[in-house]
Each structure stands twice: as structure tokens, then as C-alpha cells.
Design a protein around this ligand. Structure first.
Ligand SMILES: *Cc1c(COP(=O)(O)O)cnc(C)c1O
Length: 247
């Protein structure tokens, strides 16, 4: 039985290539991360058959279960893309190679403390709230530089770039504005040449807006629904303040 994941994944790859071509970029510059929250294991396996190898999860508990169940697939790499509470830090560093959602100093401190104990390092992205919507996590654009400077002091963390969620249910101009802002923040931070900080990754763009994000410089797009189908839980379950205390 076909779940259409393989076809959908191929179609998304074609659209990524087309968007790269349209904006004069190489397709190798843009990585596809599959946003797998709520997605059952059979569909993850279909995605792997179609060459998917980079998965992003939003909740530590769900990540832990899927990570264990997918152990046989050594090629799969996991990133964490959801709101992270400091009390989950110990667990998350076991499973992922990158955390896209570091949005406050306290979280950076907690990660650093844990990583030091384990003598490990972790790639991180700093999440910025470019749409300034109340319900979303992420540092304020005006605080981005200072936060990156502070995080760069933790030698177990490697700041590799920035992440944002574009304005939802918005016109493409409004979303483009969010992505353009992230790119501007990146340039401003890069110009500071902060020791230990390589700010080359821009994680932005989802099912509804990944082509716009590529035009504006995305290097990782995070796509779920277009590949796996609609989710049963609304996204506010993952994105609202109510999804967990911001501690
Ligand atoms: C769910 C999610 C995505 C993917 O969203 P779709 O609209 O399903 O493509 C991307 N980024 C984050 C942080 C998410 O939680």
C-alpha cells in the first residue's frame, strides 16, 4: 500500500530545485529537513526509502520514542526544532546533532552545563521571532546579537546560524518580510566576527512558504504536511506558551 510519502518527497525536492534555480542558487545549498511530529513510523520508513535522512522533532518525549524505534537506520540524523524546556536538556542531547530552537540564555546555560558533563559539543541555531507574534517562541530581533554573543561564551555550544518560523496564515509578502529580516540579522551578526561563531545556516521555510524562504536565502527548509499529510493535532499544541512553561 502506498502512503504517497515517496511521491510527495520527490515533488518537494523538485520544487526546492526549481526555487534554487529561479533564485540563482545551487540546489546543494539547501537541505531538506522532514518535520516528523505526530508522523507514524511507517511513513518515516517510506521517507527513508525515498532518501530522506534528516528528521526534525518538536517534543523530547516523541523524539525519544522514535529515535529508539528507528535505531536500525544509521543514516538518519535528528535535529530538535521545538520549544525546549531546560529540564529536558539532558535527554535531548543524547539524540540530536543540532538544536534549532535556542532562544534564551538560560537554555544555553543549561545545555552547556549538561554538555560539559558529557564532554560533548552541540551545534545550535538561535531562534528568532521575526513575526513578533505573541504565541511563538524565539528571541526578539533586537536581542539577537547580544544573545549570540552570550551563547558564544559557552565553548560546548557552536552557534551555526539562525532559525525562524515565518508568519502563519499570512500573505507571501508578510512571510517574505520575516525571512528577509532573518537574513539581515544574520548579516549584522556575521559582520561582528564573533570568535567561535559561524553564522552560515538559515533554517526557515515550511510547507506553505519554503519556496519564498529559499528565494530569501534559506539553507535548511523544514517541511512536514506537504510530505506526510495533515496532522491530527493543531500546531498550537506545539507552538503555544501553553505547550510548556517557557521557564
Ligand atoms: C511542524 C513544523 C514544521 C513543518 O510545518 P509544515 O507546515 O507541516 O510543513 C516546521 N518547523 C517547525 C518548527 C515545526 O514545528
Amino acid at each position: 500500500m502506498s502512503d504517497r510519502v515517496e511521491e510527495n518527497l520527490k515533488a518537494v525536492r523538485h520544487r526546492i530545485e526549481a526555487a534554487c534555480q529561479a533564485s540563482g542558487r545551487k540546489k546543494e545549498e539547501v537541505k531538506l529537513l522532514l518535520a516528523t511530529k505526530t508522523v507514524p513510523l511507517e511513513k518515516l520508513r517510506s521517507a527513508i526509502r525515498a532518501g530522506g535522512a534528516l528528521f526534525g522533532e518538536n517534543k523530547v518525549q516523541e523524539l525519544r520514542g522514535k529515535y529508539a524505534d528507528m535505531q536500525e537506520y544509521k543514516e538518519v540524523e535528528w535535529h530538535f526544532i521545538g520549544h525546549l524546556q531546560t529540564n529536558k536538556v539532558k535527554d535531548v542531547v543524547k539524540y540530536v546533532t543540532m538544536i534549532h530552537s535556542v532562544d534564551r540564555l538560560k537554555l544555553g546555560q543549561a545545555l552547556h552545563t549538561q554538555l560539559q558533563k558529557e564532554n560533548k559539543r552541540m551545534d545550535i541555531l538561535v531562534q528568532i521571532n521575526t513575526s513578533c507574534e505573541e504565541s511563538k517562541f524565539g528571541a526578539r530581533p533586537e536581542d539577537a546579537l547580544e544573545l549570540v554573543e552570550q551563547l558564544s561564551q559557552f565553548n560546548s555550544l557552536r552557534v551555526r546560524g539562525l532559525m525562524t518560523i515565518g508568519k502563519l496564515n499570512a500573505t507571501s509578502d508578510e512571510t517574505r518580510h520575516c525571512f528577509r529580516l532573518l537574513k539581515q540579522i544574520q548579516s549584522r551578526i556575521a559582520a561582528q566576527n564573533i570568535p567561535g561563531v559561524e553564522i552560515e545556516i538559515l533554517s526557515m521555510g515550511m510547507s506553505g512558504d519554503f519556496e519564498v524562504a529559499i528565494e530569501e536565502g534559506a539553507t535548511i527548509v523544514r517541511v512536514g504536511t506537504t510530505i506526510f499529510g495533515e496532522r491530527e493535532l493543531p500546531d498550537c499544541y506545539y507552538w503555544n506558551e501553553k505547550a510548556g512553561s517557557p521557564d
